[in-house]
Design a protein around this ligand. Structure first.
Ligand code: NDP
Length: 339
């Protein structure tokens, strides 16, 4: 019988916020993990975070995710067969100077490069799971879209040409949609021996695995929540939904373990506005009472807008998603402990 200890999951972007939880859950379940990062500094950070799992974790450097050949050693150095790949590495930053070089190419070429690498070096890989995004699903031009439910049939309507010079939010949405499309096309055309599943979250919040992150250098989604503290006003709604990082990570692992996840796109998230976040945090975190803008309490709940179809992902997880109140409280509570 093949046990989890006989299987290695290769995780790209191993130092990312979301990968931290994917790796933690995979190691706790007994899998081995081969993580890739693009610098020695990031590699050392991940090794330190998972210090007690030294025998289950191997980290290697892939300096350029657009080059499939750089993954060769990550595949070759695994002591047990790599049976699954989780691809999280992709630019998620607002500090983009050149949409093509900094965003579109690493996202799109990076997504096909990992598939080319699996095809060439990963003969034992059965499943690839990619961290896509609701930003690649939502049609932002439709606004609040009351009554509409986004499903796995929806795609953000952006073209590469448009994205080259677009503002950062649609450009990021395009990078995720086009990267995901490129992956589906690859598996279709190349008749590969592995399945593909994508996980498509909106804002991902929740505590960071391994302790609070440095406030001066927060990942984008955590920064979106932290900016509420000491802000004079409540920001307007944007993606109108969020997911808990622990659920997002669990969905990636479940997609490897459950055969019927093959070929599916899983939207994952609950309705969410920043007004909800301040309403929740003022109630659950006493020390934030006077540090959060009031806005119009309750207005978030009353806002009529689209929702995400979460029935498929709840089926995959075998449970309901974590309530937004838990996610917001846990995120901000951890950030208050940060330096
Ligand atoms: P982080 O910012 O924590 O991590 C991003 C990861 O991608 C890091 O490992 C980073 O490496 C790597 N990366 C970024 N650009 C490049 C590049 N050009 N070449 C190689 N590696 C690169 O983000 P998250 O954990 O939030 O995001 C992880 C994934 O989840 C991304 O694919 C993102 O699009 C997706 N996602 C995130 C959501 C969220 O709200 N957090 C929502 C929906 C999807 P380095 O540290 O070296 O820069």
């Amino acid at each position: 019988m093949v046990t989890k200890g006989d299987q290695t999951i290769l995780v790209t972007g191993a130092n990312s916020f979301i990968a931290g939880h994917i790796i933690a859950q995979a190691l706790a379940k007994g899998y081995k993990v081969s993580g890739t990062v693009r610098s020695e500094e990031a590699a050392n950070k991940v090794r330190k975070t998972f210090d007690k799992y030294q025998s289950q974790l191997y980290i290697s450097i892939v300096a350029d995710i657009e080059k499939p050949e750089l993954y060769e050693s990550a595949f070759a150095s695994s002591s047990t067969p790599i049976t699954a790949v989780i691809h999280t590495a992709s630019p998620f930053t607002f500090a983009v100077k050149d949409n093509v070089k900094d965003l579109l190419n690493p996202a799109i070429e990076g997504s096909t490069a990992i598939l080319k690498a699996v095809k060439k070096y990963g003969g034992s890989v059965r499943h690839v799971v990619s961290t896509s995004s609701f930003a690649g699903v939502a049609d932002l031009t439709q606004g609040l879209r009351p009554g509409y439910t986004y499903t796995d049939k929806d795609w953000a309507p952006f073209t590469y040409e448009f994205a080259k010079d677009a503002e950062i939010v649609p450009a990021y949405g395009a990078s995720k949609a086009l990267a995901e499309k490129a992956m589906w096309e690859f598996v279709e055309k190349e008749k590969v021996a592995f399945t593909l599943t994508t996980i498509n979250p909106p804002w991902v919040f929740g505590p960071h695995h391994g302790g609070p992150p440095p406030l001066a250098n927060l990942n984008v989604s955590t920064g979106m929540l932290w900016r509420l503290v000491d802000s004079p006003e409540v920001p307007p709604p944007d993606f109108l939904s969020c997911a808990d990082v622990r659920d997002v990570a669990a969905a990636h692992i479940a997609a490897i373990e459950k055969a019927d996840a093959a070929g599916k796109r899983y939207l994952i998230g609950n309705k969410f506005t920043y007004q909800d976040a301040v309403d929740i945090a003022r109630e659950t975190i006493p020390s934030l009472q006077d540090r959060l803008p009031k806005g119009t309490p309750g207005a978030g709940k009353g806002l009529e807008s689209y929702t995400l179809d979460k029935t498929q992902v709840e089926g995959l997880l075998g449970r309901a998603l974590t309530p937004v109140a838990t996610t917001i409280t846990d995120t901000l509570t951890q950030l208050l402990e940060a330096k």
